[in-house]
Design a binder for this molecule. Sequence first.
Ligand code: AMP
Ligand code: MG
Length: 325
Amino acid sequence: MVRLNELGEEAECAARLMADAARLARRIQVEAGGVHAKADASPVTLVDFAVQAVVAQRLAVQCPNDPLVAEEDGAALRDPSARALLSRVIGAARVEEPGLDGDSLLDAIDRGRGEPGARFWTLDPIDGTKGLLRGGQYVVALALVVDGRVQVGAIGCPRLSLAANGGGVGGVAVAARGRGSWWMPLEGGELSPLRVASTSDPRAARVAHSVEESHSDRGRLEAVRAALGCQAPPVLMDSQAKHVMVAAGEADLLMRFPRDDYREAIWDQAAGALVIEEAGGRVTDLDGRPLDFSTGRGLIRNVGVVASNSRLHEAVGAALAGIMR
Ligand code: AMP
Ligand code: MG
């Protein structure tokens, strides 16, 4: 039996933070309505802000020297028009961190503006906000990046149920480089290892893909599935819950085909990539290059994502090469 503390101090810290964050999100997810559109038109809710405030506040205490690079910032909440939302965020965050008040909460959220330098944490307080609002999957994701490589990844999954976990709902997928990838049930209990599936016949591949057509091109997904001869329909799921499905062997492949010049945000991929790799899988961009986490808040040197159980990676690469991108 493996204990959380055997994965190292930082992985233990990340897993505990994501377990608490997933529980917080699950408790307040019903209050998420009243969406606030950001400048890029993507939604942000009370839950995103409350989770970022709590995680940032705790990281500031536990790892005071490490910068945090997170998706949200406090600017919209500082606007006088957001008064009512701000007071709801404070109420939600205080249940976890009673010391937070208006000013310290906004400061905590703004800690997420840290520099992605030689060593930093990256946080997506709610990955899959659209999934949360739709009743689908969403996760809370945290990763430690050192010299452009992910060393620790933890994904809190409030609504995910893995077959191997006996039907329990909710858990944290946690990986530490060289120490494997693990599932920790939210209701407590032992860590169980995450292992990718051994599917090697592309026709049998179960392919995970975004629900949102605007996040990844479904047409290109269908072209690759046709080239591979995939028989099962794709598994459409929001957030890095998809990465956990691949790591757990419940899906074999995951692909992301960006529209226009979109580049993936590091917090949407870092934790998920390590969770898959440490479970025996492979993660690259659409050109077969490793994801380069040394280029700031976006993966500007990579286009798209392919994650697999390893065995199917070459077949996908060949299928992609034969299809116009
Ligand atoms: P998914 O649930 O896999 O579709 O991914 C959700 C994430 O996609 C969100 O957390 C966003 O950061 C990210 N996202 C937002 N807009 C786009 C876009 N235009 N293309 C790709 N990803 C996006
Ligand atoms: Mg996200």
